[in-house]
Design a protein around this ligand. Structure first.
Ligand code: AMP
Length: 610
């Protein structure tokens, strides 16, 4: 049996892991990195780029590049990349295809089965879309796992505790998910899930940007969209800098604003009070739903980029009355958990007795006419939130009126009393013979499987009719043949080969920096890129050295651009920028620079820079 791969298909980055030598191991991509940006780009020739080079192309080729498509999984949103159009699930399929290639290269064998994690709040349509994305990418996907379950699994596996009640706090760029997970005697059970799917790191960015503009007395209504974008980007950089130190400089330099100011963590606490207040709500909710007190929580597992903020960690320590909030790397923990899950599914000796149970994070039901005859539909719940999976429940309903000939069953997800305030998942229409309402019982069964995919069955005893449906967005539903056809179509798509990936990334990265810089530095970047392309074409032994050189060089330029350092020639020319290198590296760098200068002389005799 080939290895099963665990995949964290993230909004910002995706990662893969495998169970190997008794532990969950992250799989590096062709660049040797674990994080593959969930970004896809398609060039004019139809070549597809996935990951870091695609991310670079977001700036240089925005019309050919897509990101954050996970937010729209299960919807029919269309992405036009160059001449081609993609659905969010097709873009995810390209990321999954890339991860498959990386896994096969890493393991030196073909892999076919994947376990993919999804956010607990993902509805049926998004879960089905994730499954289809896997199938189109050539994976067999039997198991979808909730992200908090994966995080708890990783934590339990690392700590090897027999008994624990964990709070998984997953705080990303745009969403917050809080879950309570119980681990007892190899059984991992989700007790309760709550969250705020409109709260994330971006809210801090917005508040920092707002504070900056207010303090600088800038009239926001006069700013153009590009300037607002730049201010947001600087705010995010300032937030990241505040992760490293107590205070940070926020500098904005663009045609409409030229200002610098110092912002401290204390300032953030004050002007982001609303964010901290909102963070507290799902924490309280999840503890009420799980019937757990603060004292009963044994571990707090942090997931997601925003958990790196010391302020977030301090706030949690305060709310949860503890000072031992430590974690596995918040960027890796879900993928590691997916790797453990893969190990369980392979029935590996070390984890074969572990059992992972999941719950339904939201209530599911159908809309029925309310007793006040208001004409509005109220919810009649079939499955309550936080029910353990798999679950199957049946209820009997009667037509609203006597002699009705058509019954429409509207299926909803959500906690509001009135159906219209919840998310409609689908509709099922059933023709019935005209009878008195009491003579026409309609038996409805909801079955929610371990992957969180809902199946609705309807039986009409009077007509012996049976109807069955799996909830999918009707614009997107696909038959088995259509999936197979898509799979064949996707097999033909050329993802930029791994061998070229580093070269492509260097070219894309350099091109973006070239665009961002001006003057002599810009020209220098341009020539170095040309020289690099020349080395790529020669493709001899020296290429590896030049790649390494370019990665360091571009890294330094990036640092300068990000910090808005005022550049003087000596800041970047010939080696003065390069630090922390061994003697050998210095020697190698000098050699490459000499080779570059020789090449530059041959090609740019009588430099045109003046
Ligand atoms: P994720 O979706 O989990 O990758 O989280 C992305 C969010 O985490 C974004 O809002 C980032 O700005 C934020 N983030 C990532 N790294 C850091 C950091 N070192 N300090 C503060 N926020 C961070």
């Amino acid at each position: 049996m080939s290895k099963i791969i665990g995949i964290d298909l993230g909004t910002t980055n995706s990662l893969a892991a495998v169970w190997q030598d008794g532990k969950s191991v992250l799989i590096p991509n062709a660049l040797g990195e674990y994080l593959t940006p969930s970004v896809v780009s398609v060039d004019a020739r139809g070549t597809v780029y996935v990951g870091k080079s695609a991310k670079e192309r977001l700036a240089t080729h925005p019309n050919e590049t897509a990101s954050v498509f996970k937010r729209f999984m299960g919807t029919s949103k269309k992405y036009q990349l160059g001449k081609q159009t993609f659905l969010p699930e097709e873009l995810s399929a390209l990321v999954l295809k890339k991860l498959k290639e990386d896994a096969e290269r890493f393991l030196g064998e073909e892999v076919e089965e994947a376990i993919i994690s999804v956010p607990a709040y993902f509805n049926d349509m998004a879960r089905n879309a994730t499954k289809r994305a896997g199938l189109i990418a050539g994976w067999k996907v039997e198991r979808i796992i909730n992200e908090p379950s994966a995080a708890a699994l990783a934590c339990q596996n690392v700590k090897q505790v027999e008994e624990a009640t964990m709070m998984v706090f997953d705080f990303g760029g745009g969403t917050l998910d809080v879950s309570l997970v119980d681990c007892f005697d190899n059984v991992i059970e989700i007790l309760a899930i709550s969250g705020d799917n409109r709260l994330g790191g971006q809210d801090f960015d917005d508040m920092i940007a707002e504070y900056f503009l207010k303090e600088q007395k800038v009239d926001v209504s006069k700013l153009d969209p590009e300037t607002i974008g730049v201010v947001r980007m600087c705010a995010e950089q300032c937030k990241r800098a505040l992760t490293e130190s107590q205070t940070a400089q926020m500098t904005v330099k663009c045609p409409q604003i030229n200002a610098t100011m110092e912002i401290s963590r204390k300032d953030v606490v004050n002007f982001c009070a609303r964010i901290f207040e909102r963070m507290g709500k799902p924490i309280r909710q999840v503890m009420a739903d799980g019937h757990i007190s603060v004292e009963e929580i044994s571990d707090v597992v942090l997931v997601g980029g925003s958990c790196k903020m010391p302020l977030v960690q301090q706030y949690l320590a305060h709310v949860l009355k503890r000072n031992d909030i430590e974690t596995i790397d918040p960027d890796h923990v879900i993928a590691l958990g997916c790797g453990v899950c893969a190990g369980i599914k392979e029935r590996n000796e070390q984890v074969k007795d572990m059992l992972l149970t999941d719950i339904c994070p939201f209530s599911l039901g159908i809309g029925v006419h309310d007793n006040a005859n208001s004409g509005e539909l109220r919810m009649s719940y079939m499955i309550e939130r936080n029910s353990a999976l798999p679950i199957s429940k049946q209820h009997t309903f009667f037509p609203h009126e006597d002699y009705q000939t058509l019954v429409t069953l509207s299926i909803y997800q959500g906690e509001s009393l009135y159906a219209a305030d919840n998310l409609e998942l689908g509709k099922l229409e059933i023709e019935i013979p005209p009878r008195l309402s009491v003579q026409m019982p309609i038996c409805v069964r909801f079955t929610y499987d371990i992957n969180g995919i809902l199946e609705v069955e309807v039986d009409i005893p009077a007509t012996k009719e049976h109807k069955q449906m799996v909830i999918v967005n009707k614009d997107l539903s696909m038959t088995e043949e259509q999936i197979q056809a898509k799979l064949r179509e996707f097999e033909k798509i050329k993802i930029s080969p791994a061998k070229d990936e580093k070269n492509q990334y260097i070219m894309d990265w350099g091109s973006r920096l070239y665009m961002q810089c001006t003057g002599e530095l810009q020209q220098e970047i341009g020539r170095k890129l040309e020289y690099f392309r020349y080395e790529v074409r020669r493709d001899n032994r020296s290429l590896k050295r030049v790649q390494k050189y370019m990665m360091v060089y571009l890294g330094v330029v990036e640092g300068m651009v990000n910090q808005f350092i005022k550049l003087s020639e000596n800041d970047w020319k010939d080696g003065s920028w390069y630090q922390e290198e061994t003697e050998e590296e210095t020697q190698e760098k000098r050699e490459i620079e000499d080779e570059f200068r020789t090449w530059e002389k041959e090609n740019y005799d009588d430099s045109d820079t003046d």
